[in-house]
Write a protein of this length. Structure first.
Length: 372
């Protein structure tokens, strides 16, 4: 008998070969996929192309333009200062760009959390920033810095929004305990040993010449000695009627301390040896809360002084409320700086940032293409 061997059909042969083909195809697919992944994440395979020559950075899809950086750059380079070298200029522009990148990252987070400053908040801050200047002075300041009113409002909105974000995400999480204060005091006890009496002084300064670089809230400045005398008399009258010294200083004082309500903080008694003997004697003769009459000074102006508080020399104990508050403020500031830095690092790690300016500087050996 003959055995009839079953004839393998073409389809059956294909079925037996198919698993091997599938394995080869799968292996090839995996190799291609691995190559694509390496290309997507490798520095040498894919390089983002700048959207345009005037785009200096992109933050999560939001462009930061050359113009944005150069506006701030012009406002920081004063006309009377030496012209910076190309390297100095690019270094400053890189630093400014980094600031804008960081603020854009934080602003985007503020947007997601619905913490963007309202129009009313922006307008209030705008009015406050403008109030120390006359309209002419304000317009000149804008012209000198190359900024527009819209630029200023935009910057105010950005700053207020970022501050809201940091207040929620950083400041609200800071807690300083009584134990923290006690530990700090015990480790730094020598810092609270005061070697000489301390005088907490505030002042209102009136000058006989209007200084365009100095401003107060009412933009009130004496133009000559006669006006200075009348202004001093007016202020004493207001103080005698019960007006707040700090408010008057902020409104009328013609020096940098106007921004702090005339507050000069605590001064050691020896520091007054360098000042006019008349001023020294006036301070030393005051009792806490007392205010001097206008003191005529050598340049023709006047100074009104207030002794806010006086502290004797000696060791300050932890039971002193002022010591506790000083330590609490110092610890809070230190912790806030740390948490702000950590928060920014985390936010930047999560962002997608491309710095085209830095790339161009490297590619063109410290120059921009336009400056070759």
């Amino acid at each position: 008998m003959y055995r009839v061997h079953p004839r393998r059909t073409h389809q059956e042969g294909s079925l037996k070969q198919r698993p091997m083909r599938n394995k080869v195809q799968m292996k090839w697919t995996m190799l291609v996929f691995a190559a694509l992944v390496a290309c997507a994440f490798g520095a040498g395979c894919r390089r983002e192309i700048a959207p345009g020559p005037d785009v200096w950075a992109v933050v999560n899809g939001k462009e930061i333009l050359r113009e944005d950086v150069e506006k701030i750059f012009r406002s920081r380079v004063t006309a009377d200062a030496p012209t910076p070298s190309q390297e100095e200029a690019l270094s400053l522009q890189l630093s400014i760009l980094d600031e804008l990148v960081n603020s854009e990252i934080l602003l985007q987070r503020a947007n997601k959390m619905n913490l963007v400053a309202s129009d009313a908040e922006v307008e209030d801050k705008f009015t406050e920033s403008k109030s120390p200047y006359t309209e002419e002075e304000f317009q000149k300041k804008l012209k000198d810095t190359g900024l527009s009113v819209d630029d200023l409002r935009s910057d105010i909105r950005r700053q207020l929004s970022i501050q809201k974000l940091l207040n929620r995400e950083v400041v609200a999480k800071i807690s300083i305990t009584d134990q923290d204060i006690s530990d700090f005091y015990n480790k730094n006890r020598a810092q609270f040993n005061v070697t000489e009496p301390q005088y907490h002084v505030a002042q209102i300064v009136i000058t006989p010449r209007a200084d365009p670089t100095v401003h107060n809230r009412k933009n009130d400045k004496a133009a000559n000695e006669a006006e200075a005398g009348r202004k001093a008399a007016m202020l004493i009258q207001k103080l005698n009627a019960g007006a707040d010294f700090a408010e008057l200083a902020a409104d009328y004082s013609e020096d940098a301390s106007a921004s702090t309500g005339g507050d000069l903080g605590f001064q050691p008694q020896s520091s007054f040896n360098k000042s006019d003997p008349v001023l020294k004697n006036a301070v030393l003769s005051l009792k806490p809360g007392g205010v001097t009459q206008p003191i005529h000074v050598k340049d023709g102006g006047y100074i009104i002084l207030k002794l806010v508080a006086k502290e004797a020399s000696g060791q300050r104990e932890l039971s002193d409320v002022q010591v506790q508050q000083a330590i609490r403020d110092a610890l809070r500031t230190r912790k806030e700086q740390l948490l702000r830095s950590a928060y920014l690092v985390e936010a930047r790690d999560e962002a997608h940032v491309t710095n085209y300016l830095a790339r161009q500087i490297l590619e063109f050996a410290g120059k921009l293409p336009s400056a070759k």
